[in-house]
Design a protein around this ligand. Sequence first.
Ligand code: ARG
Length: 401
Amino acid sequence: MTERIVLAYSGGLDTSVAIGWIGEATGAEVIAVAVDVGQGGESLETIRQRALGCGAVEAYVADASDEFANEYCMPTLKANGLYQGHYPLVSAISRPVIVKHLVKAAREFGATTVAHGCTGKGNDQVRFEVGIQTLGPDLKCIAPVRDLALTRDKAIAFAEEKGLPIETTKKNPYSIDQNVWGRAVETGYLEDIWNAPTKDIYDYTATPEFPPAPDEVIISFEAGIPVAIDGVKVTPLQAIKELNRRAGVQGVGRIDVVEDRLVGIKSREIYEAPGAMALMTAHKHLEDITVEREQARFKATVGQRWAELVYDGQWFSPLKRSLDAFIEDTQKYVSGDIRMTLHGGQAIVNGRRSETSLYDFNLATYDTGDTFDQSMARGFIELWGMSAKVASGRDIRVAGQ
Ligand code: ARG
């Protein structure tokens, strides 16, 4: 029987050419797998037809947008997952859901190998292949760009020679990856890290310098998940989309960073994640009133480690799973409403309320009604400073000898 390979298919030039390229190089039949993670653009049916037109023997399309929002974006929100304190893991969290569908399709169509369009210089190859190793340890991996010398020039020549139903003249200098959680843009002019991004780079956000009137929004959460916006019930996917729109027009969530790739390269990336950043800001402020101090401090460390694991392609790893369990436990009381103003590139929280809040007005107030016994503070400070005071006495004694 002819060998079968499932290919992660985007509908773009490189993966369209990869169908025939893999076929010629390996003699295998190619099954194209397109996964909708809310990237917008063409319909899944258009993409499916193109895959078949480019020589795929089968085309599997999956609408995974709710699955992606529920099982990948929401855990990122609960973790306040920002790699290097900046990047909300847009591409990093989409790979594992795509991997799930690739493995599923491989089983369905009896494929032995999984192919993806990544280069050999990025993180995404690692995320795909580590994910596949974990979910389908018997499956092999191949990357035509990396392993079968499929360069851009060759791709264009191949598409023209074979008359593939794909645009080859549109020249986009940027490499773009996008989904409902955000958008990542790199290469071209941006590789000079002194160059400021130009306006044409952005798509999810409008220029924050000329914002429309301020937009006040109330986001309601239950156990760390957004459940309503301005009192209207929403699913996680709807919450992200609605805030992409409202925070996007205000220019919220533009991020310009030089980040540390797993493969050891520092690279410049421009992100725009209006919905994700607005939600994360709101979520963090709700945690500030509902999560106990020590748990909150520790969670910040856990969230950072979680983001590194996810960035590094360890979504399906045991440590990531254990950290998920911790994070989930912290979210039990993260319920309530956050009021925030979206304006001029910022999402600023200006009100919060929660039935499960730890904020105690009577303890906090400086006005009458104060129930805090200030006389307790003196003894507390004495004991709190004792250890350092004893050590400093020793330092003086030793220095004087
Ligand atoms: N640097 C980001 C990451 O590794 C995004 C990569 C997305 N690719 C792109 N073509 N912009 O997660």
